[in-house]
Design a protein around this ligand. Sequence first.
Ligand SMILES: [Zn+2]
Length: 164
Amino acid sequence: MAVDVPRIRVGQGFDLHPFSDDPTRPLVLGGVAFPGSRGLAGHSDADVIAHAVTDALLGAAGLGDIGQHFPDTDPALAGADSIDLLCRAVADVRAAGWAPQNVDCTVVLEAPRLAPQRDAIHERLTVAVGAPVTVKGKRAEGLGALGRSEGVACFAVALVVGTS
Ligand SMILES: [Zn+2]
């Protein structure tokens, strides 16, 4: 007997940004600002979580990566709100016939602590993706560049289901 297997795909995302030397740059993680924390360097707002989520969803849908969709050489994207970019990527994923089911992320950083802002991050990302997005914080335990607080990395995995 034939079993009707839903068309499902997974995608992986990874992103990494160094901290900026510019004291005026805000830190934005998952679309949420962390006042008083050093910002990350990057062409856009350097939202490492939003970028990893975007790459995971684009990968799941077979649509390439964030750099192809939003080149960091595009002057129009200087200082861009990465939640806007994520929303545009999600629209492309849906137009290609894939509906996001959930995204789960691990952010690797020594500081600041994510926990006080975790609910706000979940809310912003979940609204942008239209499916549950969860974020876990993990310290690098002093090891390597991340452990020396030189930057922040984020891993993400996304599940999508075919809609056509
Ligand atoms: Zn990035």
